[in-house]
Design a protein around this ligand. Structure first.
Ligand SMILES: [Mg+2]
Length: 401
């Protein structure tokens, strides 16, 4: 069987479920969450009991009341849902490698090593479902998709709702999608659908069998080629869509915005990103740091070119220099968000000797071997068993962009 690399988690009727958890009276009842107080406008979420009557998200309240006269309405409380998002992220992070918080109700888990096996990954999903049940409550359910990459995982997550678990890989593609209309796939909007239909592509199987280069012509951009490659199970990291490299961004929680805490979070982001770079056998020769400064309001960013490396300590050194440079220029008090990025990546087996750092092609230097050893220890005994000096884990706030 092909290895699995991603679990995509989509919370079911998230806003309504949170309200049902907070207010037991609402449990088992049709609930609609409204954008505004009162009976005007449309729904931003509906509980499964309401969806049973045909109520849908983004439906007008008037329509929803015709379909389901007993629907109970509650105004949306976004801050509350964000707090639950952070709580859930912390729980997932105890059991799995939480790679991205994709939105307020979607999470992406990285698989690798033993967890790339379907049985092990399925057990991990079960463990995470139980953990939410015991640590928060029975109302918060999710659908999970296990996939060879993030796109297949996301599609798999939509196959069974609520409380589902499905998988997609070259082993069951494209047959598994034979009943799914093209337009239901994430990323296939009306415009692309029209282009596909015009090219004679009307179902998922036909699309799966497209030559990626042909897809590029149909879409009129590289996005089409990437989409088909992902559909066919190729492992293309999510980051390369945006930047070509490995990165991590976080909006900081208010208590972590002091200069010292923000710096520690940046170290943690780097450790995570470089560990992923190593896991995928890449090296990077560019490091970038972007900060949004809250007080005084400002932005700061800088990129540094370096030799190709996959050594955490090397990138932490650069990071420290950049923070010093930033401080001398901006004198900030509070930092509201951090992005770190490892760019200009190259597979380890293509790296050739560097002038300043003599080494044989594809051979790791001592510090890189040390980094790799620490990965193994952290994998066996739990993330952050050994860290590079002090860092500060920071889960649950949304990825930027
Ligand atoms: Mg959802």
């Amino acid at each position: 069987m092909h290895p699995f690399r991603t679990i995509y988690i989509d919370m079911n009727s998230f806003f309504a479920s949170v309200e049902q958890h907070e207010e037991p009276y609402l449990r088992g009842k049709p609930v609609g969450i409204t954008a505004m107080e009162g009976d005007v406008g449309c729904l931003v979420a509906a509980s499964y009991e309401a969806k049973y009557f045909g109520v849908k998200t983004t439906m007008s309240i008037k329509e929803a009341k015709i379909l389901c006269p007993k629907i109970i309405l509650r105004p949306s409380r976004h801050r509350l849902y964000v707090r639950y998002n952070q709580r859930i992220a912390r729980i997932f992070d105890q059991y799995a490698e939480l790679e991205y918080v994709r939105s307020v109700d979607e999470f992406q888990i990285a698989l690798g090593g033993t967890t790339s096996n379907l049985n092990v990954a399925s057990k991990l999903v079960k463990t995470m479902k139980d953990a939410l049940k015991y640590e928060i409550g029975e109302n918060l359910k999710f659908s999970a998709g296990i996939g060879s990459n993030h796109l297949l995982a996301k599609i798999a997550g939509k196959l069974e709702k609520p409380d589902g678990m499905q998988w997609l890989s070259p082993d069951n593609m494209p047959q598994r999608l034979s009943n799914i209309p093209l337009g239901d796939l994430p990323g296939i909007g009306r415009g692309v659908l029209f282009k596909l239909n015009s090219a004679g592509i009307h179902n998922c199987e036909q699309m799966y069998n497209l030559d990626p280069r042909h897809a590029r012509k149909i879409w009129g951009s590289i996005i089409g080629e990437r989409f088909i490659r992902l559909l066919q199970g190729e492992d293309i990291p999510l980051e390369t869509t945006k930047r070509g490299g490995y990165g991590n961004s976080k909006m900081l929680a208010p208590e972590n915005r002091t200069l010292k805490n923000a710096y520690l979070v940046s170290r943690w982001l780097i450790e995570k990103s470089v560990a992923r770079l190593r896991r995928d056998n890449y090296t990077a020769s560019q490091f970038s740091l972007f900060l949004r400064i809250q007080n005084p309001r400002n932005r700061w960013g800088h990129s540094v070119k370096t030799h190709y490396s996959q050594d955490t300590a090397h990138f932490l050194d650069i990071n420290r220099r950049l923070w010093r440079m930033m401080y001398s220029q901006k004198h900030p008090y509070l930092i509201s968000s951090i992005s770190v990025h490892l760019g200009n990546i190259l597979p380890l087996n293509k790296r050739s000797g560097e002038m300043l750092l003599p080494m044989e092609m594809a051979k790791k230097n001592d510090r890189e071997r040390l980094s790799r050893t620490l990965d193994t220890i952290n994998k066996r005994f739990g993330a952050s068993t050994i860290t590079y000096g002090i860092n500060k884990a920071h889960n649950g706030f949304f990825e930027r962009g």
